[in-house]
Design a binder for this molecule. Structure first.
Ligand code: ZN
Length: 376
């Protein structure tokens, strides 16, 4: 028996038409396309060859649907269609792009359970030049995303308030608005409602001063999608999930926002996040299980050199640390690298650090943190 949520979900899906274009990238020419409705028994439109003559039929087919849906349609299919004929501009009035939604619905590595179909933004169908298959698969992906958003809405309604607002800041976002309105049973939140939700989401996981600074920048609507991706990554920070590479490429501000929120020490002792996350001793305890750094050698103020070096590196300062052999140089770069990976998911820093250490044992050391004995 269908639940009320299933019925509401099919509601929006029935108003969507899924399209998929096959494009020759060298000639920038569409050579095949398909358009399908949700109902697998309803007729579909598939055109291979003689595409110019077939395009008017696509226009006709899409009439009567409220939303064009597709995977990467905003930066792929719709621009190609608009270039082919201005009649397709109206398809771009309220589209839903499943690629753009995916990191919000599935922030955790490996991002989507349809792994065999889905790798870093592309649907891996194994059906080359089968646009009908791909167009049907988009409905499956969208259904999974809707179910996941419903679960998230029950668990963390603030996330859905934030995403609803952030995904509807730019023009022609009526498709995303409909989708989130259905899930939340509410209209798009006001800016202040969204800001309050974002503050609650980021409490304890980001610098409070940087949260305010970032919220003030959201008047620039081009930062809204990057902010949504930053929030979704932060929701799974501390695990092994990295922001999908296509997000880092197409929404460069997303990782910058994460860095500002989580890896900028405001220096205010009242900021609990910065006080705890920038504390070298807490980092030592967390990553290696030791209470204190080695008492020798010390700096001119009597502080352990290891601690001074780790503190400076965690604050992103350029530094030159010189320690005698056997006095624990390795943690001086391991702790800052682990801390940065935890805060921003910055894998490259982490692995470059490992490479520079030229040691294959770093994982052994990290994994066995907490063992007794001398601080490494
Ligand atoms: Zn702070």
């Amino acid at each position: 028996m269908n639940t009320a949520a299933d019925i509401r979900q099919s509601d929006i899906l029935d108003r969507c038409v899924s399209i998929d274009l096959e494009v020759d990238p060298e000639k920038a020419k569409i050579f095949a396309f398909a358009a399908v409705a949700r109902d697998p028994d309803s007729p579909s439109l598939v055109v291979k060859g003689h595409v110019d003559a077939g395009l008017p039929r696509l226009d006709e087919f899409c009439r009567g649907f409220d939303h064009v849906v597709g995977h990467n349609i905003l930066r792929h299919d719709l621009p190609y269609l608009a270039a082919a004929s201005p009649r397709f501009l109206k398809l771009a009035e309220a589209p839903i792009d499943t690629l753009w939604l995916n990191p919000l619905a599935f922030p955790r590595n490996p991002y989507h359970h349809l792994v065999k179909h889905y790798q870093d933004g592309r649907l891996q169908t194994g059906h080359i030049n089968d646009p009908e298959f791909d167009a049907r698969l988009v409905f499956e992906v969208l259904e999974n995303q809707l179910s996941e958003f419903r679960r998230l809405n029950e668990r963390t309604p603030d996330a859905l308030i934030a995403y609803h607002y952030l995904c509807c800041c730019t023009p022609n976002s009526g498709g995303f608005d409909q989708l989130f309105s259905k899930i939340r049973s509410a209209a798009v939140p006001t800016q202040s409602e969204a800001e309050e939700a974002i503050r609650r989401l980021l409490t304890g996981v980001a610098c409070s001063a940087m949260v305010e600074q970032t919220l003030a920048r959201l008047d620039d609507s081009s930062l809204c999608w990057p902010m949504a991706y930053a929030l979704s990554w932060i929701s799974v920070a501390g695990g092994d999930s990295v922001m999908p590479p296509w997000v880092r490429m197409q929404f460069r501000e997303a990782s910058h926002i994460v860095k500002v929120l989580r890896d900028t020490n405001c220096g205010d002792p009242a900021c609990e996040y910065c006080r705890t996350q920038s504390d070298p001793k807490q980092a030592l305890k967390r990553w290696f299980g030791f209470d204190d750094f080695r008492p020798e050698p010390i700096d001119e103020f009597g502080r352990p050199l290891q601690e001074r070096i780790v503190e400076s590196a965690m604050q992103g300062e350029s530094l030159l640390g010189i320690l005698p052999t056997g006095t624990g140089k390795s943690i001086c770069y391991q702790i800052p690298a682990l801390s940065r990976f935890d805060k921003t998911g910055a894998l490259t820093d982490f692995f470059n650090t490992i490479r520079s250490q030229q040691s294959s044992d770093v994982f052994g050391q990290v994994l066995s943190r907490g063992r007794r004995g001398d601080c490494p």
